[in-house]
Design a protein around this ligand. Structure first.
Ligand code: SF4
Length: 163
């Protein structure tokens, strides 16, 4: 059975920066959960960041790939550099994916770790831009396809090509 890595906050875990969850009510996700397919993971918590924590953004909205090669940092609104924790979380997410044989992930859109189409633009003014989070970038570089929680039907179609 193909397993699926999922942002822990989408499954009701209160691991977000604001201490809350973003529980998904998607029926397919619920079915996959009941089938035991889901591997919940929060890269920021596994990377050592607390709950709650300041809402970090990637400098310049540069995207996760730039962070991976040291061309952009991840900063809190006060300018604290949390890049290392994000990178550690991304590496642990990849390790979790590999140990579970995961080839597909459904991650929370917009997050500097988990975003797949959108991230915040680094200004800390609530503005988004096109781009991936750092965990998403690392997973995709290593062959794991990542879909946002608003693209579960696309994920389901991709899943069918794998089985
Ligand atoms: Fe959710 Fe990912 Fe943020 Fe963790 S890092 S709270 S899993 S969006």
């Amino acid at each position: 059975m193909e397993r699926i890595l999922v942002s822990a906050c989408l499954l009701g875990r209160r691991v977000r920066y604001d201490g809350g969850a973003k529980t998904s009510d998607d029926d397919l996700l619920a079915r996959w959960r009941a089938e035991g397919r889901l591997v919940p993971f929060c890269p920021e918590v596994e990377g050592g960041l607390p709950v709650p924590r300041p809402p970090a953004e990637i400098e310049g909205g540069a995207g996760g790939a730039a962070v991976l090669v040291g061309e952009a940092r991840i900063l809190t609104p006060d300018g604290a550099d949390v890049t290392e924790a994000f990178l550690s979380g991304a590496r642990q997410a990849l390790a979790a994916a590999r140990s579970s044989g995961v080839r597909i992930a459904i991650l929370k859109e917009g997050s500097p770790s988990c975003g797949s189409l959108r991230i915040y633009d680094g200004t800390h003014r609530g503005r988004t831009t096109q781009g991936q989070g750092v965990t998403t970038a690392l997973l995709e570089l290593n062959g794991v396809r990542v879909f946002g929680e608003d693209r579960v039907p696309d994920a389901a179609r991709y899943l069918e090509t794998l089985t």
